[in-house]
Design a protein around this ligand. Structure first.
Ligand code: PEP
Length: 245
């Protein structure tokens, strides 16, 4: 499984960052799961010096860099050895990031040889299933802009906004997650021929912890997890990775 820890802005200490890097590296070295850490920008350079650590980034600029005060360009992340870059996280979308901006980000990520982790997910579930349209739109706008080869390389993180940042009990149920994974594969089928849709990795994110991760992994069709809050604590993160094994 692919497990990506999104530290968000939880970490404010280099000592803590070092401990989390060391733990993620040990977990990945076991060879059972691919464990990635996505620190806030200030800690990426620190992680870049650690051999064997798989680095991610939480975001990237939609610009090509240059005269862009405050932005971090894809080329800079690639130069530091970042492998995965999150694009379209709901906490960025909530600040006005549109599907078109997310698409630009994905293009820059690919242009620099990194893998985009495209976050999609409805804000809430309504009884007339409008939320399905919301997810379809988020996926379609990006897929339409990509080549066939790129479409297969995108990692899709399904993260229902209503389940993010809460406690484990608020995560989605296994049944609802399984349905959503099938629905996402159906959408992918509009852009990728036949069985090839199964090549696209689908992750789940939203209040994942050591207690619920096995339930979320069994029979749901997900191939990994995007973890927020629990990834900012050594015991909680290693506990959930170990619970999967
Ligand atoms: C996230 O925001 O990507 C996320 C999954 O957060 P949390 O695990 O804290 O719900």
């Amino acid at each position: 499984m692919l497990i990506i820890g999104n530290w968000k802005a939880y970490i404010e200490s280099t000592t803590k960052a070092k401990a989390l890097f060391a733990s993620a590296k040990r977990l990945s070295a076991k060879g059972v799961h691919e464990v990635v850490v996505a620190p806030a920008y200030p800690y990426i350079g620190m992680g870049a010096g650690i051999k064997g650590l798989i680095l991610g980034a939480q975001d990237v600029s939609e610009t090509t860099g240059g005269a862009q005060t405050g932005e971090v360009a894809a080329g800079q992340l690639a130069d530091l050895g970042v492998s995965y870059v999150i694009a379209g996280h709901s906490e960025r979308r909530a600040r006005g990031e549109t599907d078109e901006v997310v698409t630009e980000k994905v293009r820059h990520i690919f242009a620099h040889g990194m893998v985009p982790v495209l976050c999609v997910g409805e804000r809430e579930r309504d009884s007339d299933a409008q939320y399905l349209k919301e997810v379809r739109q988020q996926i379609s706008v990006v897929m339409e802009a990509l080549s066939q080869k790129e479409r297969l390389q995108v990692v899709l993180a399904y993260e229902p906004v209503w389940a993010i940042g809460k406690t484990g009990a608020d995560a989605i149920t296994a049944g609802d997650l399984a349905e959503m994974v099938l629905y996402i594969r159906k959408i992918l089928g509009d852009y990728i021929p036949g069985r090839a849709t199964t090549k696209v990795k689908i992750l789940y994110g939203g209040s994942v912890d050591a207690e619920n991760i096995r339930m979320l992994a069994s029979g749901t069709g997900v191939e990994g997890f995007l973890v927020g809050r629990a990834s900012a604590d050594v015991a909680a993160f290693s506990g959930l990775v170990k619970a999967l094994s």
